[in-house]
Design a protein around this ligand. Structure first.
Ligand code: ADP
Ligand code: MG
Length: 245
């Protein structure tokens, strides 16, 4: 469903070119829960940004259902970001002055004109309430993020990511800021969403304990991915080839 072909990406630091992805190939199948592991700095976030069209590769292609999406005009990319992809980040990115409910509604505010929003608002509110209830926050809808625990904030972020019914959820270290037990709860929630609602999930993590809940694990080393099937225990640790640059 989502395919990366021969992706290359480098950043510039001062005058130095720092290669991060070096001809990376990856295929994400419809309905799977894929985890991507790798050392810090191995390019996991970079890959996720490219898959979700938040950034563009230097070369290579990204295909969704066989159609190229990495070179779309920005209007079409905006539509994809709003309808096809949902994003979850390590630090939640909730707006502190809004209630949990309004935070979850944010993608709908952004996706509509004022008039469009006004017409559709009761539908969106009902959907937001349904999702907040689903993630176990039915009793926290009118709280602000500052009144929530880390796990609750991440649940709110999951509900927000699901508001527009995305087909693919891209999660970047979703448990990275949580204690082990709370992190497990978030992964279980993602697992349930994947199983029950068929949401395809690509989760980046450097926590090898949580990947056991996922269908498939790939590892990033030296700017490419290697299959990690059967290696649920940590494989020998490879220093990223380019760490020294
Ligand atoms: P990971 O998520 O696996 O920790 P990242 O994709 O964030 O890795 O980063 C890979 C490498 O690219 C790191 O060396 C990082 O410092 C560098 N990098 C990431 N984003 C930028 C950027 N915007 N500008 C310059 N260098 C970056
Ligand atoms: Mg990262």
């Amino acid at each position: 469903m989502l395919t990366a072909e021969n992706l290359c990406k480098a950043y510039r630091r001062h005058a130095v070119r720092v290669p991060v992805l070096n001809g990376l190939d990856l295929e994400v199948k419809t309905g799977e829960f894929l985890s991507i592991v790798g050392a810090s700095g191995s390019g996991k976030s970079t890959l996720l940004h490219l898959l979700g069209t938040l950034d563009a590769p230097d070369s290579g292609r990204i295909l969704l259902d066989g159609r190229r999406i990495d070179n779309l005009p920005s209007r079409d990319r905006d539509a994809l970001r709003n309808r096809v992809f949902g994003y979850i980040f390590q630090f939640y990115h909730l707006l502190p002055e809004l209630t949990t409910l309004d935070n979850v509604l944010m993608p709908a505010y952004i996706g509509h004109s004022v008039v469009g929003w006004w017409k559709a608002r009761s539908k969106w509110r009902a959907r937001a309430v349904e999702l907040l209830t689903k993630v176990g926050l039915g009793h926290r809808m009118h709280h602000r993020p500052g009144q929530l625990s880390g796990g609750e904030m991440q649940r709110a972020a999951v509900a927000r990511a699901l508001l527009t019914s995305p087909r693919v959820l891209l999660a970047d270290e979703p448990t990275g800021n949580l204690d082990a037990a709370t992190g497990d709860e978030i992964v279980r929630l993602l697992r349930d969403l994947n199983r029950e609602d068929g949401v395809t999930i690509v989760m980046v993590t450097h926590n090898l304990d949580i990947v056991t809940a996922t269908d498939r694990v790939v590892r990033m080393v030296g700017g490419v991915v290697t299959d990690d099937t059967g290696a649920r225990k940590p494989a020998p640790f490879h220093a990223p080839l380019l760490a020294a640059v």
